[in-house]
Design a protein around this ligand. Structure first.
Ligand SMILES: O=P(O)(O)OC[C@H]1O[C@@H](O)[C@H](O)[C@@H]1O
Length: 300
């Protein structure tokens, strides 16, 4: 046993790590929040909007284009630590829900060279976030985000069981008079009873690197997780909320209207009623609820 350990030590000492080319590692974060629409000031409860934080790049490459907050890993950091550090630099938020979206490693994704992006999504109550421009950024802004299906084409490959579905998505991001519009193609193929998915950027529309594609993937993942397990949505909520506000948050993410009775049945076990009410939002004050923390401890 001891001999083997010594062998291994010798092997590691003599190992030439430079014989493989090494990529640079970056982490990006798609930071989502739900915030009231400031333009909607005629209602007591303004419409809630799903928002994404973008940074205007202050340096080359893609100077002046908009990008997800992100940056290179520092020596010794895990990529999650890199993402948390970058998130804190931009939002001053230390703890937020973070989930890996995917790893983006296309050789041409960054003109500077082989740079792999590990992208996380972070969800937060946007009202708590004091975003500020970081060292390498000239501006940080919350953008309203919308994703529309523009076209879908189905092609049978060999027989009835093999199909390729091409979907073109139009991603719209807007912040006051800044309007970004990107088009991303999703290619889903089902062959031999297995699904594979890939994406192509058709138009970047003012977004840097491959971030248009990454944002589409992040939003689709947020929607998928919300459909499977609604607990993720609570990360966008303040401590106290009405059931209507919670339903609106679900509807904003899923981009569809939900039936109140079905919705309330579904989330009943996840919330606890409090003795507080929301004042000033109509003739009858609405009851405020909190997370039922025990239901959140349960493993997924
Ligand atoms: O902002 P700098 O530090 O220039 O570069 C980091 C970015 O480089 C890209 O590959 C990554 O997606 C990340 O956003």
């Amino acid at each position: 046993m001891k001999k083997e350990n010594n062998d291994e030590k010798e092997f590691i000492k003599g190992y030439d790590i430079t014989k493989y080319e090494r990529p640079s590692i970056a982490a990006d974060i798609a930071v989502f929040s739900i915030m009231p629409d400031e333009k909607d000031n005629y209602r007591k409860l303004p419409e809630q909007k799903l928002r994404l934080l973008l940074i205007r790049r202050g340096a080359h490459p893609f100077r002046n284009d908009w990008a997800l907050p992100g940056g290179f890993a520092r020596k010794g950091e895990t990529v999650r630590e890199t993402a948390s550090r970058e998130l804190f630099e931009e939002t001053h938020i230390k703890r937020a829900y973070m989930e890996l979206v995917d790893v983006y490693s296309d050789k041409d994704r960054d003109p500077r060279g082989w740079i792999i992006s590990n992208t996380f999504m972070a969800l937060m109550d946007g009202n708590k976030c004091k975003h500020r421009a970081g060292d390498d950024a000239s501006e940080a802004q919350w953008f309203d985000i919308e994703l529309e299906k523009e076209a879908e084409e189905r092609n049978f490959l060999k027989g009835e069981d093999s199909i390729e579905i091409d979907t073109v998505y139009c991603l719209k991001l807007s912040c006051e008079d800044i309007k970004l519009s990107s088009r991303v193609k999703e290619i889903k193929s089902y062959q031999d009873y297995h699904e594979s998915v890939s994406y192509n950027i058709l138009e970047s529309g003012g977004l840097a690197f491959d971030h248009a594609m990454i944002i589409v993937c992040a939003l689709k993942k947020l929607r998928e997780i919300t459909e499977i397990d609604g607990r993720i949505t609570f990360n966008l909520m303040p401590e106290y909320f009405t059931l209507t506000q919670l339903q609106k948050a679900f509807e904003t993410i899923l981009d569809e209207e939900l039936l109140a009775a079905n919705f309330r049945r579904k989330i009943a076990g996840l919330v606890n009623e409090t003795d507080k009410v929301l004042e000033g939002a109509g003739h009858r004050p609405a009851k405020l609820f909190k997370r039922n923390v025990e239901a959140f401890y349960k493993s997924r």
